[in-house]
Write a protein that binds this ligand. Structure first.
Ligand SMILES: C[S@@+](CC[C@H](N)C(=O)[O-])C[C@H]1O[C@@H](n2cnc3c(N)ncnc32)[C@H](O)[C@@H]1O
Length: 236
């Protein structure tokens, strides 16, 4: 996998061997190629309303305290389907002017650009109700037929930023009510997962919720989080 993903970088930069490419990369610690290198290696698979039960829990939580101001972080947002699913859920649960702040981040600059554009193939919305479709998306016409765009008023409700989960110095000042960190920790070893969980613990309010992916299990960190339901943890 690494071979095939990096081969393209070699072609684009004109290097003939991995060794030469890596030597060049390491000789320029602040060089722009590092971002391309990271972008080439990330796996960005995602979809709208992936792991539907999380959005049902999110809606229940929001409805249970309708007057509250909410602050959420979607920490591996990929191409945007996940943060837009969160915002759609919030609008449906809280009404059209929700007191709801959502920050969405990823390490990969290319997927963040795509997320900000909010343009998707219409078939990626397959299974979404026509009411949701009409309310939140615009259909492309002529040259853009077969594509949809997230409505600008929805896009404006998400703040996109670049954050590396495994690097110190996350740019957050106020704690979050909920954090989505789904299907990314699976790529980290156990020690790294623990460090990331400790950092998430620091940026979540006590009692705040952490949503993780279907194959992720952090029961070993029960000093930090208590399992509340299928892949949903509460911050201790
Ligand atoms: C498989 S996708 C999951 C997307 C979404 N959370 C979901 O569940 O559908 C994993 C995402 O994590 C991002 N990622 C990988 N390592 C990361 C890191 N160290 N910090 C932040 N994001 C990272 C990748 O760029 C990718 O977009």
């Amino acid at each position: 996998m690494v071979y095939s993903r990096l081969s393209r970088r070699l072609r684009d930069t004109g290097y003939e061997s991995f060794g030469d490419y890596l030597n060049w990369l390491e000789s320029q610690p602040d060089g722009e190629e590092w971002q391309e290198f990271v972008n080439a290696l990330t796996t960005n698979l995602t979809s709208f309303f992936r792991e539907q039960h999380h959005f049902e829990i999110l809606a229940q939580q929001l409805r249970s305290r309708p007057g509250q101001a909410w602050k959420l972080w979607c920490s591996a947002a990929s191409t945007g389907e996940e943060p837009y699913s969160i915002i759609i859920t919030a609008l449906e649960a809280l009404g059209s002017a929700p007191n709801f702040q959502l920050q969405a981040s990823d390490i990969d600059s290319r997927v963040l650009e795509a997320a900000q554009q909010g343009v998707y193939r219409a078939e990626s919305l397959k299974g979404m109700s026509s009411e949701r479709l009409h309310r939140h998306f615009l259909r492309g016409t002529a040259g853009n037929a077969g594509m949809v765009r997230v409505k600008p008023e929805l896009r404006r409700l998400v703040e996109f930023l670049q954050v590396n989960l495994i690097q110190d110095g996350w740019p957050f000042r106020e704690p979050f009510d909920m954090v989505f960190c789904r299907n990314v920790m699976i790529y980290f070893d156990a020690a790294t997962q623990r460090k990331v969980l400790e950092r998430i613990h620091r940026v979540l309010k006590p009692g705040g919720l952490l949503f993780v992916g279907h194959a992720e299990n952090f029961s070993d960190s029960r000093d930090l989080f208590t399992l509340k339901g299928k892949t949903v943890y509460e911050r201790n």
